[in-house]
Design a protein around this ligand. Structure first.
Ligand SMILES: *[C@@H]1O[C@H](CO)[C@@H](O)[C@H](O)[C@H]1NC(C)=O
Ligand SMILES: *[C@@H]1O[C@H](CO)[C@@H](O)[C@H](O)[C@H]1NC(C)=O
Ligand SMILES: *[C@@H]1O[C@H](CO)[C@@H](O)[C@H](O)[C@H]1NC(C)=O
Length: 782
């Protein structure tokens, strides 16, 4: 009951909601006594903008020093659900449009939750998981290896995550109301392929023969239904890498999973009730957006042109930040009396799964790469995976996103199995540098093996077919970036014990034994089980390969179903939440480890890493089923005060004489008409987007004219059809420009449109001033 009181505390500002909550609680409590309850749980969902700095910051994932953010494809979000038993425990799951979770972010979020809610939300029952987009700003992790290409720690990347996660959980908490959860599963065949099939083939044939495919094709979806409001959201887990966008992309993007989430939320907000409605979206997957809410315009082409001619580009002028937030499009689509629909596409055992489903080819010859080594004439730099939209990476992102979205809608519509039973959790920290693992021995008996301090193998430097040739991590390399120059002399040569322990991995970087200027790699990792009725989520701090994930799920399932109490029966759904709570790279099977491809080389704690996970998860599962506590384990370090940051701040912004921020530098042609499907491009004088991330706002906006002089927002920088690209003529120049490209969707209403830009400029004394400007009006015809 203490937990319930805690949640009610936050309703006091809104007396009506307080009363409603009390009434529903009383009803729930009464029903649960008589067993008539329709709603099993209290459920709440939330979502908040976490789009980081869209300039100057290295993107996390490919470890490509040259992949620096310079604009936005679409925005990133933190999406959360909370499920509570009315009189019992609760769990929180947060899905981040980020490459992975970060230990430091998790620590700081938990501190904030403690300050707000006391012991309601702790490391025990909160899971924070990354979707593995490789198109989000980096610099938010705490260990050296993950900070090399970002020039160290990036405060702005970090803060926007901590703030956004906190706000999305607060929203979910304040939305907690009686409701039900349904689970559904189904196969999605064309959204992932194995990118290291030669390693997969090294698993025993007897084990491989149990599975039809060399990657997991199953999507598991939860549908959240509020007793009063109806469906309020969905979360699903499906394995495929966030590498539809390439290592040379510079626009912030949620990649295929972020895209799927955007499509599904838009689909629901504007009509989604039946999967047949999807066809209303057209084959391009882009929702109709506001075309539904704009009254049809009765005017012929000539009249539209006349109208457009009366709106010349408006010069840049000062603005308030409020303006960019208020003009956002999505708010207008929502029903005021209920929270927005939240749909998350979560990551699972994607370790060896690529969304580049056409296969890997040599860019010089066009032939498939070498099967065993993913090389072309012996060189890994030439081998690239191709997505279904090849050679257009945006198209590949859209297609893989749309495939996941359509599958999710299908599962959502048909979901009928209700989650029932306890909400519970177990969590522990383990020192993975020295875990003892007991393994059965061939021919009987058992043997004890050990994990090792973290180390990365040579194949790590070769990268993958999704992003070959990662990291400029060569010993004695005197080029590299300033951060690398700072830390490279601290490299350690591994001793014999470590070499033997990691065998057959040839060690490139002995990261687990390097701690200057601070720890290079984690050794203490969290593992966690969240349970909601017959659904069990395994939070793992890394990227499990397909077969690793299968073995872990099976092992946990066996513990849960073979327990005497029979509480789970045989109907149990086990999903792995990948890249959760912290990050420690890959986990392969012992057999895959022998092959030492990228994933094996990145399995940090040696050949028995997976066995250690399985052993420890079995212990957690056993404690869960027996209702026993587990030890909390050694705390991971908080390295906040040791972080080094070499990224230069924005010095100042300026424009040429006689030009204002927000002035149009390249307008649409006078009196122009565009057909649907064509692209409108406008360039504005701008300032560095790092001055204000425009959180829950927008840098770019398309507006349509209503009547004689009212402009309605129709697309913003969270839309797939609108790209915000930022550039400066040279690295040190204070001048910059924003190029806004709008590809007119095939269903856009005919009418008079204009494009606007919002930004914030930094003065010489450091003050931040917001500005806006607008293109001339133009006509769009069918
Ligand atoms: C949305 O759904 C409603 C109710 O089912 C229907 O009347 C309306 O035509 C739909 N609108 C669009 C644009 O599909
Ligand atoms: C644009 O159209 C307006 C009104 O029809 C006309 O007055 C003007 O001359 C046109 N400008 C150009 C450059 O064609
Ligand atoms: C890959 O390596 C295996 C094991 O060395 C070998 O048997 C196989 O022929 C190789 N495959 C190709 C296509 O080179």
């Amino acid at each position: 009951m203490m937990e319930l009181l805690g949640s009610i505390g936050c309703y006091c500002r809104n007396p009506l909601r307080t009363i409603w909550l009390w009434i529903s609680l009383v009803l729930v409590l009464q029903y649960s006594k008589t067993g008539l309850s329709d709603s099993t749980y209290l459920i709440g969902l939330g979502s908040y903008d976490i789009t980081g700095p869209a300039a100057d910051v290295n993107m996390m994932g490919y470890a490509n020093t040259e992949q620096i953010a310079s604009g936005i494809h679409f925005r990133l979000r933190a999406r959360s659900f909370i499920v509570a038993e009315p009189q019992g425990k609760r769990v929180v799951f947060v899905n981040l449009d980020a490459c992975m979770a970060s230990q430091l972010v998790t620590i700081k979020v938990l501190e904030r939750l403690k300050a707000r809610y006391g012991d309601l939300y702790t490391e025990q029952n909160v899971a924070i998981s990354g979707i593995h987009t490789h198109a989000g700003p980096g610099g938010y992790l705490q260990y050296v290896v993950y900070l090399v290409t970002s020039l160290g720690f990036v405060r702005q990347s970090f803060d926007v995550l901590v703030d956004g996660i906190e706000k999305s959980i607060v929203q979910a908490h304040e939305n907690l109301r009686p409701g039900s959860i349904f689970v559904n599963k189904g196969e999605l065949l064309d959204a992932g392929v194995n990118r290291s099939p030669s390693a997969y083939l090294n698993n025993p044939a007897s084990q491989r023969s149990k599975y039809k495919y060399d990657v997991d094709k199953e999507m598991t979806l939860l549908k959240f239904v509020d007793d009063q409001w109806g469906p309020v959201g969905s979360f699903n887990w499906f394995a495929t890498h966030g590498t539809s966008m390439s290592r040379t992309n510079s626009l912030i993007s949620g990649d295929n999973k972020g895209a799927a989430a955007r499509f599904m939320e838009d689909w629901f907000e504007q009509n989604g009730t039946k999967s047949s409605d999807i066809n209303e979206l057209g084959t391009d997957g882009i929702p109709r957006r506001v075309s539904n809410i704009i009254p049809h315009i009765h005017a012929n082409h000539h009249e539209l042109l006349e109208l457009a001619a009366s709106f010349q580009s408006s010069p840049g002028r000062p603005a308030t930040r409020i303006l960019s937030v208020a003009r956002r499009v999505r708010g207008a689509l929502r029903q005021a009396d209920k929270p927005g629909f939240v749909s998350a596409f979560c990551q699972t055992n994607c370790g060896d799964v690529s969304p580049n489903v056409l296969g890997a080819f040599c860019i010089d010859t066009g032939l498939p790469c070498d099967f065993n080594h993913s090389t072309c004439g012996g060189k890994n730099e030439l081998c690239y995976g191709r997505g279904p939209g090849y050679p257009d990476e945006f198209e590949s992102t859209r297609i893989i996103g749309e495939r996941q979205f359509r599958k999710a809608v299908d599962l959502f519509d048909k979901a009928s199995e209700k989650l029932k039973g306890k909400v519970d959790y177990r969590h522990t920290y383990l020192d993975f540098s020295q875990l003892e693992v007991t393994l059965p021995k061939k021919g009987g008996g058992s043997e004890v093996v050990k994990t090792c301090p973290a180390a990365m193998g040579f194949a790590f430097a070769a990268g993958t077919t999704d992003g070959p040739g990662a990291f400029d991590f060569k010993q004695g390399d005197d080029k590299g970036n300033p951060f690398w120059r700072l830390v490279r002399n601290l490299l350690k040569t591994p001793d014999k014990k470590q070499v033997d322990c990691q065998h057959p991995k040839p060690i490139l970087l002995d990261t687990g034994e390097m701690n200057r200027p601070y720890d290079w790699a984690p050794s203490i990792l969290p593992i966690q089980i969240l349970r909601i009725g017959q659904l069990v989520i395994l939070s793992v701090p890394g990227e499990f390969t397909t077969m690793s994930g299968r073995r872990l799920r099976d092992a946990v399932k066996t513990v849960l179903t073979s327990s005497g109490k029979g509480e789970f029966g045989s109907n149990i759904h086990v999903v792995i939440a990948g890249l959760t709570n912290t990050y420690s790279q890959y986990v392969t099977t012992l057999d895959e480890y022998q092959v030492q491809r990228y994933e094996g080389a990145s399995t940090l704690y040696g050949p028995h890493t997976l066995s250690a996970y399985i052993q420890e998860f079995q212990k957690l599962a056993s404690a869960l089923i027996k209702g026993q506590p587990v030890e909390s384990g050694p705390q991971p370090p908080d390295l906040m005060n040791k972080q080094i940051s070499l990224l230069t701040p924005v010095v100042m912004d300026s424009t040429p004489a006689g030009i204002n921020f927000g002035d149009v530098s390249s307008d649409v042609p006078a009196n122009s008409t565009f057909k649907r499907g064509s692209t409108v491009t406008v360039v504005f004088w701008s300032a560095c987007p790092r001055n204000d991330l425009m959180t829950e706002g927008t840098f770019a906006l398309v507006e349509i004219l209503q009547g004689k002089d009212t402009w309605l927002p129709t697309y913003d920088d969270d839309d797939f059809c609108l790209r915000f690209k930022w550039s400066r003529p040279s690295k040190l120049s204070p001048r910059s420009q924003a190029t806004i490209e709008w590809t007119i969707p095939p269903f856009a209403s005919p009418g008079v449109y204009r494009i606007r830009h919002f930004g914030a400029a930094k003065g010489l004394m450091g003050s931040i001033r917001h500005f806006t400007g607008s293109s001339s009006a133009f006509v769009v015809v069918a």
